[in-house]
Design a protein around this ligand. Structure first.
Ligand SMILES: [Zn+2]
Length: 479
């Protein structure tokens, strides 16, 4: 065959091949000798990661995760990621795991989907077909022109830094209670690729006066205003409006029915009729899920004899409390001991379900964390305000009856984590959570999504339908 015929054939083969691995991610190690990726500490291979030093295993996870993103994305421009291991904020009981962000952002480049709007560099490069940093002076750091800068906590798992809970560096998800570094990094690179706003949610200030690509898709589903149409103070309010801020992108909207489960867990007061309404709840990570079948029962509070007001249920329930909650939904207060201890004590007293009243003004209520596979009754968190209202409604109760009935079930008019129109909620806790608010899906999404603010144990490495909405959102902003 002559060259003349081979050339076009080769070109078409390259195009077909390009669809299978459609972007290239280059990781730049910025760690010093003997540190981070260069740590020579010998380790045993773990969960499909064949590395034999700590540094090598860390690098293998980066490469593994970069490969997953490479297969998902398309871009003719190499995506560069600066990666390092650093001491980040931590204490014995909490820690910053790591962070990542687009290191350079651009607006009004060739082909920009929206004018006067910030785009992360990796996306601006993909759309324009040229590296926007090319020819720009580096700041001398050696990484000043990269697309994404990442850093992870080098001390995680040490005694003074979330003791015992280090990163799991295996590739198989069998974390044994450690923190899944594959899922964590997959999530963080998602931020760097564009899963974030550059607008400040706590002040409402646009970056240098321009909105982010992200902001064009944020809608308050009550006022009907987009973030790009709001004043700074309206954005501040919107950033803490629980389950009102939704993503309007068409790609995500089309995939919601394939990804999110139909039916959102809910609690409804069914009696007395004067109080009938729905309560926002946060679901538990332990015990049985709340099902469509539902569970209806009278509510009774657990009351501590000490002050007669709070019912913490941190100890086995007294005879009077047992009499009150047996066969009922037990209302207990958050605090002092773990959620699983409270729910287990109520279960042992014969309660059918537990509602934990928050002691902070978080609205909507977050989920209940913890693990205990001996718990067999459902539980959920309700807000402090709703808890006070329920206690008020039960003031005139007898020792065994309150007359207040609640049904725990699924609201089948909504997908879990989306509004009535099928638009996913963004994470907008009150108070504002710096670094988390607005730039994540809401924690009510089910099945759990990679881009929720917490790394849940049931995540996979699949970035698109039918498992996950991450890639579809990136498509909406231009990927
Ligand atoms: Zn995040």
């Amino acid at each position: 065959m002559s060259k003349h015929f081979i050339k076009p054939l080769a070109a078409s083969l390259l195009l077909a091949f390009g669809a299978a691995q459609a972007a290239t991610i280059q990781i730049q190690n910025r760690d010093a000798v003997g540190v981070g990726f260069n740590d020579p500490t010998p380790v045993a291979p773990v969960g499909g990661n064949p590395g034999t030093t700590l540094g090598e295993q860390r690098w293998n996870v980066y490469r593994y995760v970069a490969d997953i993103w490479e297969k998902q994305l398309t871009s003719d421009v190499v995506i560069t990621v600066s990666a390092g291991w650093e001491p980040l904020t931590c204490s014995a009981s909490s820690a910053v795991l790591g962070s990542a962000s687009a290191w350079n952002i651009w607006r009004d480049f060739a082909g920009a989907p929206k004018a006067n709007t910030w785009y992360p560099q990796a996306l601006a490069n993909k759309i324009s077909g040229v590296n926007q940093s090319e020819g720009q002076p580096d700041d001398g750091s050696g990484y000043g022109n990269v697309d994404i800068k990442t850093q992870f906590n080098i001390n995680l798992g040490k005694p003074d830094c979330l003791a015992g809970s280090g990163f799991y560096l295996g590739l198989d998800g069998n974390t044994g209670g450690q923190i899944n570094f594959v899922a964590t990094l997959l999530h963080e690179l998602g931020h760097g690729l564009g899963f974030a706003t550059f607008t400040r949610g706590n002040t409402g200030a646009l970056l240098a006066g321009y909105p982010s690509a992200w902001d064009h898709f944020l809608l308050d589903n009550v006022t009907g205003k987009k973030w790009t149409q709001m004043t700074a103070s309206e954005r501040v309010t919107s950033a803490t409006n629980g389950r009102r801020l939704v993503w309007t992108g068409a790609e995500v909207g089309a995939k919601v029915p394939e990804v999110l489960a139909l039916g959102t867990p809910s609690a409804k007061i069914t009696a007395p009729s004067s109080l009938t309404r729905a309560l926002a709840i946060g679901t538990a990570a332990f015990g049985p899920q709340i099902t469509a079948t539902g569970l209806s029962a009278e509510v009774m509070p657990v009351v501590d004899q000490a002050d007669g007001v709070t019912g913490l249920a941190c100890d086995p329930l007294s005879a009077a409390n047992k009499l009150a909650v047996a066969g009922k939904i037990a209302l207990v207060d958050r605090g002092v001991c773990s959620f699983t201890v409270k729910v287990k004590n109520a279960q042992l007293a014969g309660a059918k379900a537990v509602l934990v009243v928050d002691n902070a003004n978080d609205n909507p209520p977050p989920g209940l964390g913890g693990a205990d596979n001996t718990i067999t009754i459902p539980s959920a968190r309700i807000s402090k305000v709703d808890g006070l209202a329920l206690k008020d409604a039960m003031k005139a109760r007898t020792r065994t009856r309150s007359g207040l009935y609640i049904t725990l079930g699924l609201d089948m008019s909504q997908y879990a984590g989306a509004d009535l129109m099928g638009r996913p909620y963004l994470y907008t806790p009150n108070p504002f959570a710096s670094g988390s608010s607005v730039s994540h899906y809401d924690t009510s999404a089910f099945p759990n999504q990679l881009m929720e603010p917490f790394i849940n144990a049931d995540l996979t490495t699949i970035l698109q339908s039918p498992k996950d909405l991450t890639f579809h959102l990136l498509r909406d902003i231009g990927w």
